[in-house]
Write a protein that binds this ligand. Sequence first.
Ligand code: FPP
Length: 249
Amino acid sequence: MNDWKTQIDKNRVPSHVAVIMDGNGRWAKAQGLPRINGHFQGVETVRRVTEACSEIGVKYLTLYAFSTENWNRPKDEVDALMSLMVSSLKAELPTFLNNNIRLKAIGNLSSLPVECKEELDETMAATSHLNGLTLILALSYSSTWEIKNAIQQIALKVKQGVLEVEDIDDQVVDSNLNTAEFPHPELMIRTSGEVRISNFLLWQLAYAELYFTETMWPDFSKEDFYQAIVNYQNRERRFGKTSEQIDAP
Ligand code: FPP
């Protein structure tokens, strides 16, 4: 087995990694289990990947835990996912506190069931002083929803006369997104073989490296995560420039 962790250049670890955790349902189905068992197992992977981020010094980890479109799933599955969220947050609080992990959330949080929203608010408040890894859950999140809201907020400021149209720049857009306080992800990982962004951080991923793996989320190991980091580090990030410009001293 490859020891990917030892191949990581500690000085070039991405500060923000975003993940589309996909394949829980198919993983469960392949074993003849109900879909929710895949989500249970998926929580184990969340724990592993969070630990891996802390170990190598990733500062921000954003997980796509529930999309706006996921509300259209069968009610049983939505209910089960929401209670899983509540029980996981309760169970993980000591781990967050012991490992200096600050919890944050993005998305239409007011659309979450009351118990879920309350647990989330409590966990975020209890960890707000921590300064190790920031774990950001995208919940009831879609990027088009987020961008539409940002446009409305910006338009309102123009209408109120507190912002000039010509002053709208990238920074203004950024500051009106849910992610205003976080840097953009340098790396986005999606598991399960699907090759799509699925309404996730469309603005913020503009220059991210995208990494797709066939591995289902419940099977995604720490070593798989480290492999993605090594793969990212072997890429040349040109930001529209030429290789020669990048190599110039
Ligand atoms: C995608 O797999 C996964 C989800 C929609 C839910 C992921 C949520 C968790 C793992 C729980 C996270 C909990 C915390 C506290 C962070 P899928 O159901 O779309 O799988 P499929 O594509 O195989 O059907």
